[in-house]
Ligand binder design. Structure first.
Ligand code: ZN
Length: 663
């Protein structure tokens, strides 16, 4: 799906360049075979074109380039067979064609390309032409070899099977032992034709081998997770060791692999454990807090803090010093707050950590923010938007100019949405730039500008400079003041697409906010394309999901929403969800595309009430409605939807939510 969307958006942007080229292609098809034969006639002094038989007689005068066909290429002018038709052995492309994944035209294009590249690996050519995705190629590979195709994840891999081979061997050869049956080892691979590897596995495991086909990316994911799991930290042992340690001062290679350093001092072990465990658990923050009698460590997971450990208080100064050393902070300064950054690698992934220290009653509290770009860079279709919103939002991302706003409180996933939108754009053809405070995630495909208030590089001045840099798409971290808003409007009106965020509760409210900031309604009407309001709700843990028993009162309420009581689920709580009943989060959205009606209204009366009434009267889904859909789908609970959609400021807002609820 990800690729399909990517392509769609890219094509929209570059439609003018792409379509003419595509239309030309059928015309190219005819002359192409002639081009493939490097036309001996041209190499000739071209003095005598009337006698083709004569040319055959001149074969010997041609430079010998080793190919039999080339030597007698004069013949090709008399007889030109369907290329490859004779020599072609059935391959992945043929299977894809049989599967109906590629058309006959695509197949012949493939063959031509393959030929031009000197009969190279057909899979490589398919990938380059982006005709189908990796899964289709693997499926066809499996079909070609009469093997089973399987997506694999951690749950399907037996640890006993995994342990049959060395982790490095598994990684380097891109194979994954997934199960054992009697004396047979089931091995997943993306390249089943490589019989040497299969033979080698047989020898190493001293077992028979049965092969199934899977994706390289699945092998990498499972490998990483299993290697992570195998890195043992016995926390109690570390803590026992640590009571001997005072303050550690030595400076180590701080960008090194956390697991490689694990064999070192107990303090280092403990800090490494805290960080790699946080990454593994998907925590966004680590809190290290000195209390009166102990040190508490907590992780924020899916927006909620969980206590992980209470440790002896005497460990605390050493832990803080270690983190400060890693972040290049002043370890002797304990009375003032400090902040810094650490780069670490966990399970082959580079992770950025942002450190902040704060003096509290019992010592320095440290908060480590985990900036894992793998968690923020998702495809738009993975954000949990309903298909109509995905499509409408995708259309807005592909617009050539105007303002697209994403709104919601802190921690509502606005950045993820914006980064996902940017990642859909064609960074090669477009100048995509961002102005952020701070730049938390480094994106390869665009130019990111970090705000530095101290030297006067604020949003407004950075934006003014950026506009002189021939931009196509500008992402502004946040519109906070009149000046930034004004430049955003100006940029949008002069042919740029501007993406930004606002701290407002709902889509309708954003228009009023822009007016409050001091932007004239007619300018808003002219420049604003659409507003997406969003929240994150926690997803019910699939391991302990069950039908939720509800009271009569609640039953009545949900019935009014069109949900049957037997359709309401919750998580009972289990090990996998730390007893919370939830794992992971998903967005709920309300999307307001500014149409003629709204444009007109912004010009006439852009008050909150008017905007909201208009939104409600239109057929658009509100945040609450979208949440209810997700309750119906068994994805989240009523409590979650109410928790995140009822965070409205005034009573008037509360009434409004009540009104939507009773409709
Ligand atoms: Zn659970």
């Amino acid at each position: 799906m990800a690729r399909i969307f990517g392509l769609r958006f890219k094509e929209k942007r570059s439609a003018e360049e792409k379509w003419p080229a595509k239309e030309k292609q059928p015309a190219n098809e005819q002359p192409a075979p002639a081009n493939d034969q490097p036309a001996p006639a041209n190499d000739q002094p071209a003095n005598d074109q009337n006698d083709q038989i004569g040319q055959i007689g001149q074969i010997e005068s041609f430079p010998d380039n080793g190919g039999g066909i080339e030597e007698i290429s004069g013949l090709s002018m008399l007889y030109s067979p369907e290329q490859d038709a004779v020599s072609q052995v059935r391959d992945v492309a043929d299977v894809l064609s049989e599967m109906g994944k590629i058309t006959a035209d695509q197949l012949s294009e493939l063959r031509r390309m393959q030929k031009r590249k000197g009969n190279c690996d057909v899979c490589q050519v398919i990938k380059e032409l982006e005709m189908v995705d990796e899964a289709d190629i693997s499926m066809a590979t499996a079909g070609l070899h009469n093997l089973e195709f399987r997506r694999i994840d951690l749950k399907q891999v037996s640890k006993d099977a995994f342990n049959k081979l060395e982790p490095d061997y598994i990684k380097n050869n891109r194979i994954m032992p997934i199960a054992m049956r009697d004396d047979t080892l089931v091995v997943a691979t993306s390249h089943p034709a490589d019989l040497f590897i299969i033979e080698d596995v047989k020898r190493q495991a001293a077992m028979n081998v049965e092969t199934v086909v899977c994706l390289d990316e699945d092998i990498d994911k499972v490998h990483e997770a299993l290697v992570d799991e195998n890195t043992n930290y016995d926390l109690d042992e570390i803590i026992n060791d640590m009571t001997e340690v005072e303050v550690v001062q030595e400076h180590l290679d701080d960008t090194g692999d956390l697991e490689e350093q694990a064999g070192q001092s107990p303090v280092i072990k403990f800090v490494n454990y805290l960080i790699s465990n946080a990454v593994r658990e998907g925590a966004s923050d680590i809190h290290i807090e000195p209390k009166q009698k102990f040190m508490r460590t907590r992780y924020r997971i899916d927006g909620v803090l969980f206590e992980t450990k209470q440790s002896p208080l005497k460990m605390h100064p050493a832990i803080v010093s270690r983190i400060k050393i890693m972040a290049d902070l002043d370890i002797s300064e304990r009375r003032l707050p400090q902040d810094g950054k650490i780069k670490v690698s966990v399970g082959n992934r580079a992770i950025d950590l942002r450190i902040s220290t704060l003096p509290t009653t019992y010592g320095e509290k440290v908060v480590v923010r985990v900036l894992d770009s793998a968690s923020i860079m998702r495809g738009l279709e993975q954000l949990g938007m309903e298909s109509d919103v995905t499509e409408a939002f995708g259309e807005q991302v592909a617009m050539p100019h105007g303002i697209l706003l994403v709104t919601g409180p802190t921690g509502s996933g606005k950045s993820t949405t914006l980064y996902s939108a940017l990642s859909q754009m064609d960074g090669d053809k477009l100048n995509v730039s961002t102005v952020e405070d701070p730049v938390e995630y480094e994106l390869g495909f665009c130019n990111q500008v970090q705000i530095i208030d101290k030297i006067g590089l604020d949003f407004a001045s950075a934006l003014r400079s950026l506009l002189r840099q021939d931009p196509d798409v500008i992402m502004i971290g946040e519109i906070r003041d009149n000046e930034t808003a004004r430049i955003a409007v100006q940029a949008a009106l002069t042919g740029h697409l501007v993406l930004s965020t606002l701290h407002t509760n709902d889509a309708a409210c954003s228009i009023t906010r822009l007016v409050d900031i001091g932007i004239e309604p007619y300018l808003i009407a002219a420049s604003l394309n659409a507003v997406l309001a969003q929240r994150l709700v926690r997803k019910i843990c699939s391991n302990c999901k069950q039908v939720q028993p509800v009271s009569e009162h609640v039953a009545k309420y949900v019935k009014s929403e069109g949900i049957k009581t037997g359709q309401i689920f919750h998580g009972a709580g289990c090990d996998q969800c730390r007893g919370s009943g939830y794992v992971g989060r998903v967005g709920i959205y309300e999307f307001l595309v500014i149409d003629e009606l709204f444009r007109d209204m912004i010009n006439k009366d852009s008050s909150v009430n008017n905007m909201r009434r208009a939104f409600h009267e239109s057929d658009r889904r509100s945040l609450y409605d979208d949440g209810i859909l997700k309750v119906k789908q068994g994805m989240t609970t009523m409590e979650e939807v109410l928790r995140v959609t009822k965070v409205y400021g005034t009573n008037e807002d509360e009434d409004f939510v009540e009104n939507i609820g009773s409709d």
